[in-house]
Design a protein around this ligand. Structure first.
Ligand code: IPM
Ligand code: MN
Length: 351
């Protein structure tokens, strides 16, 4: 059996980090067939669209998608992202975005006095609706009376499936689900979310459930990250919280994500949490850790648990011993880190 993986390097540092993620997977010697797709901002300049017309069908014909990052100063962000990642998440119904925020030994955290044993959170982000539903409009453009409306959409089915997943994942971890909303100020969507969370919690008596206001949670992540296990939140809230979580785990370069449609045959999409970072693109200094970690998540979801662990172990070894890029205290290039991870995977080859 061959795994068919669509590779979407994208813009900026995307191709640089994706090359290293691919190197890590190739070092395993698994039967993986890569399809490299040229979509992104350069494609938009040439074709007037970010992806090919049949892009979703192309992706559906693969077992997984490994993506770098999309975004370039020459294309408005709301265009480039609504025609790529946001479109893919919605149309493939990749409703869950899993973002592990674990501090690996050897990686500095900005939280004073904290270490790896205290920072191990898993964010479960609702990924297709909420504040990212894309519902709204603008009227009276350019006039003093101009109005813009951006509507959040919360469906019972959408909340239920992501909350259930959070509880199931907590059962395999430390059995705590922290659900973050803002139902003191927003009276409808988040209140529905809270009610459903309460009901799903009753179905999972082995898991401790707590509800917290998202503003309070942001402070708690900084003050006592060790008190958190699985955190579940709406699309926008978890987007914001996972940048904070990334900073706590050593920076944006470290963070990985898996966009999934559990119980469907749509391919998962795996991507580092960081963006295209045009300011450092082309310099060969971007941290490939988040991309390599995302490749490990991809292998896990393809059912290759041992291979996924080998990639993550190799990454952890390199984070511990170096080489490391400058954002995490080293001086190495992107490629030197990727080569070291590849070598560590090779060195740990099963007999
Ligand atoms: C992320 C990114 C995206 C998001 C952007 C690029 C649209 O920030 O994956 O966290 O907000 O979801
Ligand atoms: Mn984000």
């Amino acid at each position: 059996m061959t795994y068919r993986v669509a590779l979407l390097p994208g813009d900026g540092v995307g191709p640089e980090v994706i090359a290293e993620a691919r190197k890590a997977v190739d070092a395993l010697g698994l039967p993986v067939e890569w399809t490299e797709l040229p979509w992104g901002s350069a494609y938009w300049h040439e074709h007037g669209r970010m992806m090919a017309e049949d892009a979703l069908d192309v992706l559906r014909a693969h077992d997984a998608v490994l993506m770098g990052a999309i975004g370039d100063p020459s294309v408005p962000d709301h265009v480039s992202l609504w025609e790529t990642i946001l479109e893919i998440r919605q149309k493939l119904d990749l409703w869950a975005n899993l973002r592990p925020a674990r501090l690996l030994p050897g990686i500095p955290t900005p939280l004073a006095g904290r270490g790896p044993e205290e920072i191990d959170m898993l964010f479960v982000r609702e990924n297709t609706e909420g504040e990212y539903a894309g519902v709204g409009g603008r009227a009276h453009r350019g006039l003093g009376s101009e109005v813009a409306i951006e509507t959040s959409v919360f469906t019972r089915a959408g909340c239920e499936r992501v909350l259930r997943l959070a509880f199931e994942l907590a059962e395999e971890r430390r059995s705590l689900v922290t659900s973050a909303t803002k139902s003191n100020a927003s009276r409808f969507g988040y209140v529905l979310w809270d009610e459903i969370a309460e009901a799903v919690a009753v179905e999972h008596p082995g898991v401790r459930y707590e509800r917290i206001l998202v503003d309070a949670l942001s402070a708690r992540m900084v003050r006592s990250p060790e008190s958190l296990d699985v955190v579940v939140a709406s699309n926008l809230f978890a987007d914001i919280l996972t940048d904070l979580a990334a900073a706590i785990q050593g920076g944006m370069g470290m963070a990985a994500s898996a966009n999934l449609a559990p119980d469907s045959d749509a391919p998962g999409l795996f991507e580092p949490v960081h963006g295209s970072a045009p300011d450092i693109a082309g310099q060969g200094i971007a941290n490939p850790a988040g991309a390599i970690w995302s490749a490990s998540l991809m292998l896990e979801h393809l059912g290759e648990q041992a291979a996924a662990a080998r990639v993550l172990d190799a990454l952890a070894t390199v984070c511990h011993k170096g080489p490391k890029t400058r954002d995490v205290g080293g001086t190495a290039t992107t490629r030197e880190v990727g080569d070291a991870v590849g070598a560590a995977i090779g060195a740990a080859a099963p007999a």
